[in-house]
Write a new protein. Structure first.
Length: 486
């Protein structure tokens, strides 16, 4: 009887091959020096494994790998949506052995077509096997349920040529090595391959009540020039929110996995850019040097704002990227696609280095991913907590023709005790035009909350970019709000 069938640790025999991070980086560099070889075509039977069929196939609990650890592991079979087999290996004591696919690892295996053999990925289970907290499956995608135990947005190993008006390239993690430790962590090593690049990734994964963290290291080499290289890419969905009620064709008030892009620049400025479901594909780049962090956040945690008691959008995790070390000059790139539903991811954010991504370039970077239910650390300034838009002009009077109103609420301790006489003023700028009016005042029915109202000249089809914050005596009291009118 196999050790896995007994749910026991794998014992590394003397014949097992040695393994280390340095060895994997060397392997990736050798791979990048060779021409790309596409993986074999997926088995034809994988297309018959629909969502419902896949749900009838379950990994047997008694076959769980390392069931006594902080991260018991179970494996996904192939299906219609993740049909490229990946190789799985287990590492113990610096030695590695392959973990072979077997049909008897699954109940419901009779639903697997005879030509389907192989794993599409894996997941890390909660103690006791009740649900999972991290999953790798498909291309270089992975995601966590976060501290609120609800999946939402995803991350990727690498993005190549995203948002350029042509099909982007999706690199694959084609081989994974899984290792227990250090401590209560589970380390995932991955080999990435694509026509444009090859590289090695290491993820040190830890779960806690506050969230899940991944210490990520990558060593990447480009096979050919890449027009737009995306480091630490995040992928999410935004259909509509409170500020775009004209798109709310569904009965639910809001539907989104994330509601904004947050940035902490190298200079220490905090920026909030609400997400949008634009009328056409839209790309924005936010230039920076040595960024301190960026991420796609779900700030609105109020069930009443979503009214979805099936998938619980208010519980979707936020994901924060924290560079470890200096990343140099570049930009956080935000790509937004139009969508008519909640099943398609239409938001991508990533870091793009400023230097051209040329064939032969090597990148060695480290960063931390934090899957959280709140904010990525305390802030010295108030945050944007609500944002609406509508017709310009004073309520009860005729709207100002050719103009739009933006209303944003800021909230935080930096606004405590301030009133109309405190010298708080809005700082507002627009690209290519000037505001018609802007005003800021305290919201008396809420604590530490101020409201900004801006009327701007705006015609349908033209783009205006707004930048705004509140200050007092040259000191910023709020993060900087960026808003794009299309």
């Amino acid at each position: 009887m196999s050790a896995v069938g007994l749910a026991c640790p794998i014992r590394a025999a003397p014949s097992a091959a040695p393994f280390s991070w340095d060895r994997l980086k060397d392997q990736a560099a050798r791979l990048a020096a060779r021409p790309y070889v596409a993986p074999p075509a997926p088995p034809a039977g994988a297309s018959a494994i629909s969502y419902d069929v896949a749900n009838s196939i379950a990994y047997r609990p008694e076959a769980t790998v390392w069931p006594d650890s902080a991260a018991p592991i179970r494996f996904f079979p192939l299906n219609r949506y993740a049909h490229t087999p990946v190789t799985i290996s287990l590492v113990e004591g610096g030695r590695v052995r392959p973990f072979a696919f077997r049909r008897d690892l699954y109940s419901g295996a009779e639903h697997l077509p005879t030509d389907v053999s192989g794993f599409s990925g894996f997941r890390l289970m909660n103690p006791g096997g009740r649900g999972d907290w991290l999953a790798f499956q498909g291309a270089s995608y992975f995601r966590s349920a976060g501290p609120l135990h609800q999946y939402g947005l995803s991350a990727r190993g690498l993005a190549i040529d995203t948002g350029l008006g042509r099909p982007e390239e999706f690199p694959n993690f084609n081989h994974f090595w899984l290792e227990r430790g250090p401590g209560d962590a589970l380390t995932v090593y991955a080999l990435l391959d694509s026509p444009s690049a090859a590289g090695a990734w290491r993820f040190v994964n830890r779960a806690s009540p506050a969230g899940m963290t991944q210490e990520v290291s990558l060593a990447l080499t480009l096979r050919r020039d890449v027009e737009r290289l995306g480091i630490a890419p995040l992928t999410s969905m935004f259909w509509y929110g409170e500020g775009a009620r004209n798109q709310a064709v569904d009965w639910r008030p809001e539907i989104h996995d994330s509601d904004g892009l947050a940035l902490l620049t190298g200079a220490g400025e905090r920026i909030w850019r609400p997400l949008d479901n634009p009328p056409h594909p839209t790309t924005n780049s936010f230039s920076d040097k040595d960024p301190k962090g960026f991420g796609l956040l779900q700030r609105d945690r109020n069930f009443d704002h979503y009214q979805d008691d099936g998938v619980f959008y208010e519980k979707r995790p936020s994901l924060w990227v924290e560079p470890l070390g200096a990343w140099g000059p570049g930009a956080v790139t935000l790509f937004e696609l139009p969508t008519r539903g909640e099943t398609d991811d239409n938001i991508v954010a990533f870091w793009t280095p400023a230097a051209p991504a040329k064939a032969g370039n090597h990148y060695a970077l480290d960063y931390r991913l934090s899957w959280i239910g709140g904010e990525p650390g305390p802030a010295s300034v108030a945050r944007t907590v609500d944002c609406w838009r509508g017709v310009a002009g004073r309520p009860g009077t005729d709207p100002i023709p050719g103009a739009t109103r933006l209303v944003a609420d800021f909230e935080g301790p930096s606004l405590a005790g301030l009133d109309h006489s405190s010298g708080v003023e809005p700082v507002v700028s627009l690209s290519g035009t000037t505001p018609i009016s802007s005003v800021a005042y305290p919201v008396t029915v809420a604590q530490n909350r101020w409201r900004l109202i801006v009327d701007i000249p705006h015609k349908s089809g033209e783009t205006n970019n707004l930048r705004a914050y509140l200050r007092r005596a040259e000191r910023a009291l709020t993060e900087t709000l960026l808003y794009q009118f299309l």
